[in-house]
Design a protein around this ligand. Structure first.
Ligand SMILES: [Ca+2]
Ligand SMILES: [Ca+2]
Length: 202
């Protein structure tokens, strides 16, 4: 009789032990799922390659910038930028101009022309930024804007004819850029420098 009680005790102890292990195992599974969800959430906030933020801590505005290498006319360039919640770059201070020069007009792009976000297409000789910012800072090349070729030069580019002068100066150009000037050193169409106020997602 005593031995039967002992055996029953062992069986009960074994059953209890199994139940405990099952419970522990379930708890571990739940913990793993929570961790996976957190990791996925972090991944969706990663900024795509190519964008650079001009941080407030560095004297900037926290906007994001990058080059769009697609060479096209100004209107298509702006439409492409708007398609990813950005716009052609608006340069509204000397500090922003210097950031653009130092970040993008270097290396292989030292003498390349890029579209930027101003135009006098609506009212000749009245240039505006495409996002409505006040147009009270300019960095035109000497003699520009000149509306050359009748009233056809309505679209702004940066670093125009850098082969003959300082890096980063602006020009008003035809919608597809200039052609043949200075042995074709500035021939369009151009790539673009674009800017986004929001954290880019594409
Ligand atoms: Ca800007
Ligand atoms: Ca011009």
């Amino acid at each position: 009789m005593r031995s039967l009680v002992f055996v029953l005790s062992l069986v009960a102890a074994a059953a209890g032990c199994d139940a405990k292990q099952t419970g522990t195992s379930l708890g571990t599974g739940t913990s793993t799922n929570t961790s996976t969800n957190t990791s996925t959430g972090t991944g969706t906030t990663t900024v795509p390659a190519g964008w650079t933020q001009w941080k407030v801590a560095d004297g900037g505005n926290d906007h994001w910038y990058r080059i769009d290498r697609n060479k096209t006319d100004w209107l298509t360039a702006e439409a492409n930028a708007e398609g990813i919640a950005a716009h052609l770059v608006t340069i509204t201070s000397d500090a922003e101009e210097q950031f653009i020069i130092n970040t993008y007009l270097t290396g292989d792009d030292l003498l390349n022309v890029f579209w930027m976000g101003c135009t006098d297409q609506a009212v000749e000789d009245t240039f505006v930024w495409i996002n409505g910012e006040p147009f009270d800072y300019t960095h035109w090349k000497s003699g520009e804007p000149n509306g050359w070729d009748g009233e056809g030069e309505d679209y702004c580019c940066i670093n125009w004819n850098a082969v003959r002068g300082p890096i980063g100066e602006w020009n008003d150009a035809l919608v597809a850029g200039t052609t043949g000037y200075d042995n074709g050193a500035n021939d369009g169409p151009y790539a673009s420098i674009i800017e986004s106020e929001q954290r880019p997602t594409q």
